[in-house]
Every structure is written in structure tokens, then in C-alpha cells.
Write a protein that binds this ligand. Structure first.
Ligand SMILES: Cc1ncc(COP(=O)(O)O)c(C=O)c1O
Length: 428
């Protein structure tokens, strides 16, 4: 069965796994187009939260069955997250209250790695969570030279500019996998290779929070040294997952209480892990894995291993979402640009370079007003604000933009509904 036919067949069942997709908690019918701010939680990830809170022992340990079960459980969630990222070992995975907290922990942890002569490069395409920990701690507090790579007028990372500000002393490049403001994907494999050929000791820290629900991630293939994603952007709970490559993890010196084990991944973690949240993350990632069977991606060939199943699922998700992206971009094309302006890559031929996240403004109306009107009239829920995005705040210099963002649970028709609703506001 072809990809498109399989999606058509199973999509209604997939959508049913997200009980709040069509209705909010106040029983308002809605079209939820705000998955970049937080994807909806899959039913199994929600249900397991309370069960796990009752069943899991708070402390992992070696003696009683309950302690051992909790310890094994931590290991199995690390292993699942490692496979999601194609990491070499579960010991490269640590858990944090959020990706922001994880990035701060990693930034502090580079105290044993960065020297006063090193420089740090951040980008204007990033979320502030992968900028402030570097600018604030290493720039303002430690006095390192911080440089900022720009964004092209089309909304891509300006790779030529980036390479012009990297030199052999660059110690860290903090860069996103995709912009949560504009949706642009960064060609990370090429960027990392080019940066490392200029600065062989540079550590590349990737923010995959925006992209993690839209396509496969393979840390080895990217060639980066650390990467984060958030549970609540992959259909699960609020949690930050940090992968740090083994050598860097061993070298790093994060802030740590004396009695916490001084070895990865434990040394990165602050306090007891939240077992219920971990169980929920596990359920969300298992849901994604389950799409492999649902979409019959294995065909009749031999069963693929877990990392490959994640890859197949997310490649299929990317193909499905590309159709939505194309429909949205074609819809925006039909608008008078003087009335509605789409920011970022707008050409439908460039779908493979972007995630289904669309920043736009309606001339003469604030983002808040546009959002409110679309909600009242069409029950469409999208975002307004700066989205903590440097692309919006620094590159475009806007205090706020509207942002509509999609995920695989959205029906192909959602694109049409958004475009019709925006067309309406222009006419009135
Ligand atoms: C691209 C990106 N990076 C980082 C973050 C921060 O993630 P968290 O809320 O888990 O700290 C977000 C959240 O919106 C994001 O979109």
C-alpha cells in the first residue's frame, strides 16, 4: 500500500488518539493550529501519568523489586529516547524539567571545555532557549566573544555569514534544526561539516525542539555534539531530553551536588527524576513507533530495528505534512501580499526546506486582533506573539506575529480552512 493511501486509511484512527484535537476543555469546537507551541498529548501519554504516579517507586535502587523496577524503567526510557535520536548509548541521554533548563545545564557544563580565548556563535534563526544560555553566561558573565549568524531575506540561516564568523577559536556553535518562528529547516549536516572543518574543536549544540515531530533525527549523521528536544512537542509531557555525545559528556562539568554521581548521564540531572512524566514520554514515543505498524511501513521485508522504525515513521510524517505545507503555501500565494504577508520560505517548490509552521501578518491589524477574530469567527486557534524566536524579534524586528502550525494529526483540509478564514479577514 502506498504512503498516501495508508495515511488516508488510518488518519481518522490517528486523530482519535488526540481527544482534544477538535474540542477544547470548555467544549468549544476548534481547529488547533498551534502545535509549534505545544503538540496535543496522545491519549496513552495522558492516561499513564496517573497510573505511573501510583505504581512507580519514587527511588530507583538495587534491593527491593519496586526499586529495581524503577531503575530498569529509567534505563528503558533512556534507551527509547536514544533510539529516537539514533544515539549510540542510553547513557548519553539525560532528563530535565525543560529543554531550556537542559541548555542552561549544558552551557554551565562547558566550564571545563571552553577557554577564555574561545568564541561562541549563536544564530538569529534560533529560539532564545539556545541563545541566552550562551550569550548570558559565556558572553556577559565570562567575557567570551559571542557572534551571531544572520538570516537571509528569504528566511534561511545565512550559512555564508555563519562560516565567515567561525574561526579556529570557535568553541561552540549553538544552532537550531528548524526555526520555530519561520519553519525553515537548517541543512545541519552540511553546516556542521563546514564549521568543523574551520574549527575542529568546535562543539555543536543543536536545538531540535521545533523539528522533532516533523522528521527523523540522527545525531551521528548530523555530526553534532549535543541536541535537545521537548516531550510536549512530540505528543507527550513537559520534559526536556538532552543528548550529549559520550566524550563531551565525560568532559563536561555541570553544576552538581557533591553526592550526585559524577558520570553521564546522572551528572547532568538535578534532583530526582519525575517518574510519571517519564512514563508519559515513553508512551508518546511508543505512539510514534506504533505508527510503523499502523501505516504498514515495514512491508513484507524483515522487521526493522527501533531506530530505523522511528526513521521510517518520521519520514512518512514528513511526506504527509509536505502536502499540508504545499496547500498552505499555494493558499498564501493567492493573497495580495499588500494585505497578508507570509514570512519565510513561500515557494511551494521549497517544501522540503521547511516545517509546516507559518508566520504571517494581516496588514493594519495587530497579531492579537487577527488571532482573536479568527477564533471568534472560525474557531481557529493559532499563536500570536514573538514565540521566543530570534527570527521574529531580531531578524524581522517585530514585537509579534501570527503563527499557524500543523502536525501529522491535522487533516489535509485544515490548510484550506485556514486560508479561507484569512481570506475572510482581508475582505472585511
Ligand atoms: C525551538 C524551541 N527551542 C526551545 C524551546 C524551549 O523548550 P522548553 O519549553 O522545553 O524549554 C522551544 C519552546 O517553545 C522551542 O520552540
Amino acid at each position: 500500500m502506498g504512503d498516501a493511501a495508508a495515511w488516508k486509511r488510518v488518519h481518522p484512527a490517528m486523530r482519535r488518539r488526540f481527544p482534544r484535537l477538535e474540542e477544547d476543555q470548555f467544549e468549544n469546537r476548534r481547529l488547533y493550529l498551534n502545535s509549534a507551541a505545544g503538540s496535543l498529548m496522545v491519549d496513552s501519554a495522558a492516561h499513564i501519568l496517573s497510573q505511573a504516579a501510583l505504581t512507580l517507586n519514587p527511588m530507583p535502587g538495587q534491593v527491593t523489586p519496586a526499586e529495581r523496577a524503577t531503575g530498569d524503567f529509567h534505563g528503558s526510557v533512556r534507551s527509547l529516547a536514544a533510539d529516537f535520536l539514533h544515539a549510540r548509548s542510553p547513557s548519553e541521554i539525560s532528563f530535565h524539567v525543560s529543554s531550556t533548563a537542559a541548555l542552561w545545564a549544558l552551557s554551565y557544563g562547558m566550564r571545563s571545555v571552553l577557554k577564555p580565548e574561545n568564541g561562541v556563535v549563536v544564530t538569529d534563526l534560533d529560539h532564545m532557549a539556545n541563545i541566552s544560555p550562551w550569550e548570558d553566561f559565556w558572553g556577559r558573565e565570562r567575557g567570551l566573544n559571542i557572534r551571531r549568524a544572520g538570516v537571509t531575506p528569504q528566511g534561511r540561516l545565512d550559512v555564508d555569514h555563519l562560516l565567515s564568523i567561525v574561526d579556529e577559536k570557535t568553541g561552540v556553535l549553538a544552532v537550531t534544526m528548524a526555526s520555530n518562528g519561520l519553519g525553515t529547516i537548517v541543512p545541519l549536516k552540511d553546516v556542521v561539516a563546514a564549521v568543523k572543518s574551520k574549527a575542529p574543536s568546535c562543539r555543536v549544540v543543536v536545538d531540535a525542539v521545533h523539528h522533532a515531530l516533523h522528521g527523523p533525527i540522527n545525531v551521528g549523521d548530523i555530526g553534532c555534539d549535543a541536541l535537545v528536544f521537548s516531550g510536549y512537542k512530540v505528543f507527550g509531557p513537559m520534559i526536556g531530553v538532552l543528548w550529549v555525545q559520550e566524550d563531551l559528556a565525560r568532559l563536561a562539568e555541570p553544576y552538581r551536588v557533591e553526592t550526585n554521581k559524577n558520570e553521564p548521564p546522572y551528572k547532568f540531572e538535578m534532583g530526582m527524576l519525575n517518574n510519571a512524566v517519564l512514563a508519559s514520554l515513553e508512551a508518546a514515543l511508543e505512539y510514534l513507533l506504533g505508527l510503523y505498524e499502523m501505516l504498514e511501513l515495514g512491508g513484507s521485508g524483515k522487521a526493522e530495528a527501533r531506530p530505523e522504525r522511528f526513521r521510517s515513521v518520521l519520514e512518512s510524517v514528513a511526506r504527509y505534512e509536505a502536502e499540508i505545507t504545499e496547500a498552505v503555501l499555494n493558499g498564501f500565494r493567492a493573497f495580495d501580499p499588500a494585505a497578508i504577508r507570509l514570512f519565510g520560505l513561500a515557494d511551494p517548490a521549497l517544501v522540503s526546506e521547511r516545517d509546516p509552521t507559518f508566520a504571517f501578518e494581516v496588514r493594519g491589524r495587530s497579531a492579537e486582533e487577527t488571532k482573536l477574530r479568527r477564533w471568534r469567527q472560525h474557531r481557529i486557534q493559532f499563536a500570536d506573539g514573538n514565540h521566543y524566536s530570534a527570527a521574529v524579534v531580531r531578524h524581522l524586528g517585530r514585537p509579534a506575529l501570527c503563527r499557524a502550525s500543523f502536525a501529522h494529526y491535522d487533516a489535509a483540509d485544515s490548510a484550506r480552512l485556514l486560508i479561507e478564514a484569512l481570506g475572510d479577514i482581508v475582505e472585511k
